[in-house]
Design a protein around this ligand. Structure first.
Ligand SMILES: Nc1ncnc2c1ncn2[C@@H]1O[C@H](COP(=O)(O)OP(=O)(O)OP(=O)(O)O)[C@@H](O)[C@H]1O
Ligand SMILES: [Mg+2]
Length: 404
């Protein structure tokens, strides 16, 4: 008798899923409930391009998981389908700026989309820019989507160039959609960039628990086999995500991981117990993912905080009490300085350092307080919001990856 294949067990394993992919972040559903208003607003603006005119630039802002990417992709896809069917020359290029984080790289991505058979690496930025003009100049209305636009280092330059293209081409146009979940980044832009990028500004609000419930219920019907998921698992996933941030990605991830846990344990149903088990794992994944997308200098500040948290007991108040895990902002800066001195770019000034600290706090990675009573003088106190060892490992891995 033939030995049983090592894959047999995996192949015949029972699963609660019908189509697991429906719950993964890459999947774009056709229906996006609670975003009808945003979909209409963007469509109205972009519709100018099918009339042969330039569309206003749009800046979309909203917290993580509020549907910014999905809505933009859905609307631009439909626009392309519509224009294609009517032979109207509208083109869309989607750039995730996390992977194309400078003006040069973003421009390369644009021309590569439009001239896929050519290789542009090594050509000068002005040559690449001319290629963009050549393409748009053929009576084309171009829409450039800059997702996670805050990740572009020289964004002022990029926006300036893309806008200038409109003065240089006679028959075509270049419109920009910028997307970001970073609240403070806009204030760092030059006023000229800001006003041109934000011709139309839109905010995507967080979802509430009821909305999240409906969103994930719809998705779970396609993702899981019939009658597998308990209603309580849906409402708990929605409640957890609503409480933390109103983030649909978190809600979907909770359900996905809960399903995987059910499979691992050979359970036939996904209940709130599996969701509870999934919670810790999902929180960790989200935090580690966020860390991996931080700019290098902020990663180094966070690394300094993790190092000191691991090395020190905490700080003593005047009454002799130890505040565990709490650090003085000044000592963190010193540690950061010594780490950054070994990096390519060196440390930033204390002014920027303070900005980075407040940004890390905005992401919920750290907490800060003012020392107030119990300490000599005034100082900012910093405390990590998450396990120091895990953060340290994640950042060190990122930094090694970047150098490799
Ligand atoms: N209204 C909705 N209906 C169905 N699914 C949604 C809806 N909004 C978001 N989602 C789902 O939630 C996940 C996150 O959405 P999306 O990636 O669009 O968020 P985002 O606002 O771009 O977040 P980030 O700022 O982190 O990039 C995706 O899997 C998406 O399919
Ligand atoms: Mg997004």
């Amino acid at each position: 008798m033939l030995a049983e294949s090592i894959f047999e067990k995996e192949f015949s394993k029972e699963t609660v899923f019908l189509d697991r992919n429906m719950l993964t972040p890459h999947f774009i559903p056709r229906e996006l409930p609670f975003r009808q208003k945003q979909i209409e607003e963007i469509s109205t603006i972009l519709a100018q391009t099918i009339k042969g005119k330039k569309a206003d630039n749009i800046f979309i802002y909203g917290k993580s998981g509020t549907g910014k990417t999905s809505v933009t992709k859905k609307v631009t896809q439909e626009l392309i389908e519509f224009a294609g069917a009517k032979n109207i020359p509208v083109e869309v290029t989607y750039i995730n700026c996390r992977n194309h984080s400078s003006k040069y790289r973003a421009l390369i991505k644009i021309v590569k989309d439009f001239f896929p058979e050519e290789n542009f690496l090594g050509f000068s930025a002005s040559f690449i820019y001319e290629k963009v003009l050549e393409f748009a100049g053929k009576k084309k209305q171009l829409i450039v989507v800059l997702d996670e636009v805050d990740k572009i280092k020289d964004l002022d330059d990029l926006i300036y160039s893309l806008n200038r293209a409109n003065d240089e081409i006679v028959n075509g146009s270049v419109s920009i959609i910028g997307i970001s979940n970073n609240l403070v980044f806009k204030d760092r832009l030059e006023p000229r960039t800001k006003s041109s990028l934000c011709q139309h500004e839109m905010v995507f609000p967080p979802y509430n628990a009821k909305e999240l419930s409906e969103i994930i219920l719809q998705r779970s019907k396609k993702a899981f086999k019939e009658n597998v998921v308990h209603e309580s698992a849906i409402s708990l996933s929605a409640a957890i995500a609503a409480q933390e941030s109103g983030d649909a990605r978190t809600a979907l991830m909770l359900l996905l991981r809960a399903g995987e846990i059910a499979d691992q344990r050979s359970l036939e149903h996904v209940t709130d117990q599996e969701v509870r088990r999934a919670k810790k794992k999902v929180e960790e994944e989200i935090i580690l993912n966020m860390i991996s997308t931080l700019p290098e200098q902020q990663q180094l500040v966070l690394l300094a905080i993790s190092n000191l948290s691991l090395q020190k007991q905490g700080i003593k108040t005047l009454t002799g009490k130890t505040e565990e895990g709490t650090l003085f902002s000044g000592e963190v800066y010193k540690e950061y300085e010594s780490i950054a001195n070994q990096s390519k770019n060196g440390p930033v000034s204390t002014r920027w350092y303070r900005e980075y600290v407040s940004e890390l706090e905005m992401y919920g990675l750290i907490f800060t307080t003012n020392s107030g009573k119990g300490f000599k003088g005034q100082s900012t106190l910093i405390k990590l919001g998450f396990d120091a060892k895990k953060i340290k490992d994640a950042i060190e891995k990122e930094i090694v990856d970047e150098m490799a």
